[in-house]
Design a protein around this ligand. Sequence first.
Ligand code: GLN
Length: 492
Amino acid sequence: MQKSQELNKLTIKQAGEKLNKKEISSVELTKACLARIKEVDDKIHACLTVCEEQALQEAKKADERRAKGERGELLGIPYLVKDNIMTKNIRTTAGSKILENYIAPYNATIIKKLKQAGAVLLGKTNLDEFGHGASTENSAFGPTHNPHDLERVAGGSSGGSAAAVATDMCIFALGTDTGGSIRCPASFCGVVGLKPSYGRCSRFGLMSMTSSTDVPGALTKTVEDAEIVFNAIKGGDEKDATVAREDIRCPKTVPPQFSSLCEENWGGTVFGHRMSQNLRIGIPKEYFGEGIDKDVLEVINKAIKKFEKLGAEIVPISLPHTKYAVPVYYIITPSEISSNLARFDGIRFGFSDGQVKDLKNIYLKNRNVFGPEAKRRIMLGTYVLSAGYYDAYYLQAQKVRTKIKQEMDKALEKVDAIITPTQPDVAFKIGEQSDDPLKMYLEDICLSAASLAGLPAISIPCGFVNNLPVGMQLIGKRFNEEMLFAVAQLIT
Ligand code: GLN
């Protein structure tokens, strides 16, 4: 039997096989993850809450279910959850002082689904306050450190989840992605990060940031694992009207065995037959120039060459509206944030010491608990939504957003996937950019467009610059994550 300290290194797939063969139990697997958290999290600071007892109980239950003959890819698999996702009876802070002691009264739909699948909840991970950021430095509880260099950021906002997966504190983790928050930390920490299409996975029980782009997704050690988690959390939900029912909206455009077909063909020998003539990868020139580190580009270009070697057709494309994606995102996002954060006034939700009695001072005192970035976004959003500015900023941004979406959809009619770098650079030093919000916003230059367009995108590790991981982003067709997995698996 494998040494218990090493079980935490397993992927979902590997752990599932060992569980099925009765080589290990979920309790052993869970203990290995908990031990790893104890061993390294003082340095990394990925976890905000660890539910040791509950996790061991859940693991025991999973073992019992398995003993009765039940099977399932996630049965008994331990995972961590970003702390802006509701987990019943567990502290859920959103990385904010305003919710420091908030205990979630119900489970998010995706948590419910994972519970039914028998996955074991280990605890909650650190994030930029309410998801606002690209470094996890905006967490009220201090930054998460990059496992590859502790002086650097883990990326954000799902930095805790990415760092936890990278250091094997869990077998997989959940994150949320509004404008890059799964893909960015995946890139900086060297793990796989999947942002599903908008409308494919329920947002019920996610703390809303930008309701029109928020999506939950997976941070995993392999693409195969990302697919397993995606399949478990996807699907319609009567509690979220923006999620499509699989049977209506999701025709099986790709045969279900597609991914395994690609795996078989890995090595390039058979690959040509079924796919290579047809596989077309779009390379948008706007993502390969100004603002992107040249060493990062070199790594990405090498990965593209690998696709070419496998027989894929590399198609140069142009997405001229790309340059508007970050400005549009940073008008729409603060607008929705200013409205979504209105509920944290200390009356219904959020901090209140109960001392102040008049309304104005209740607001002044209680809402002052927000950190600087949340306040900045509330102010920006309130400004662009106010009478006289609404048409010039918000409405205009929505119009350009439609253009971005149309342009990407059109490009994806001609290619199967679009490849870009995930980040313009590798992980930067903690504190290096924190007093420069514009610089931080530019971390999103490769990420915002897919979010605004609601397209699925995945970041996969594809090399290193100065010993720091580089991620490559693949953007796919709406509601066709299956194609993304298949393409991503070809070179991982
Ligand atoms: N960096 C982006 C922002 O700060 C992404 C946030 C997210 O996806 N939650 O808004």
